[in-house]
Design a protein. Structure first.
Length: 200
């Protein structure tokens, strides 16, 4: 039997609702969790793969989760000049065994309150129910679009969520947030009056 490292790296792209982001999907697991890098400094510390991608002048944001990498580009570049070089760089990096995310990132992220935050708010039972609804119904759809959503808090009827990956700065994320997520939560949890987003 051959092991996973001998399997050729296969890679394809998917469009996301954000015109500035593209999702690169691989045939292997990169990272169990979510890791977002908004600058080269953070990438150098925690992700050799993201650090490599930030060497391209047009890369603005790198989001790594499960078997995909979502790249958000700088506004003044077209995808026709970016798609292939980034695809080749990701493929070669994975083939060469470059670490997508260094060990210890998850623990560091939790201490910096970038994710893994404890459930906060004025009503822990309702907050837990809201988090479960988001994790069950919203998160899978958002991941399908190359992004992530994390529950942050519930206070005085207001649900705060963190948007990452292709969702961060996406023109349609506000509509999704207000019409989709807020509407669903108001129906299922009458105590919810509003949903607001923090950008990751």
């Amino acid at each position: 039997m051959s092991d996973n490292t001998q399997m050729p790296v296969m890679l394809y792209t998917e469009q996301t609702p954000n015109p500035e982001s593209i999702k690169y999907v691989l045939n292997r697991l990169l990272y169990k969790g979510t890791a977002e890098f908004k600058d080269a400094e953070a990438a150098k510390e925690w992700s050799p793969l993201a650090a490599l991608l930030f060497e391209f002048p047009y890369v603005k944001n790198v989001y790594i989760s499960n078997n995909f990498v979502t790249i958000t580009k700088e506004f003044n570049y077209g995808w026709e000049e970016i798609l292939l070089p980034v695809k080749e760089a990701i493929k070669k990096a994975v083939q060469d065994g470059l670490m997508p995310v260094n060990e210890g990132f998850e623990a560091s992220k939790a201490t910096q309150s970038l994710g893994g935050v404890p459930i906060e708010g004025d009503n822990p039972e309702i907050a837990t129910r809201i988090k479960e609804l988001i994790d069950t119904y919203v998160k899978p759809a958002v991941e399908g679009d190359g992004g992530n959503i994390e529950f942050r808090s519930f206070n005085n009827g207001v649900v705060s969520v963190l948007m990452q990956g292709s969702c961060s700065g996406c023109p349609s994320s506000t509509v999704t947030l207000k019409a989709g997520i807020e509407g669903m939560l108001k129906r299922m949890v009458p105590e919810v009056t509003e949903v607001i987003a923090e950008m990751g």
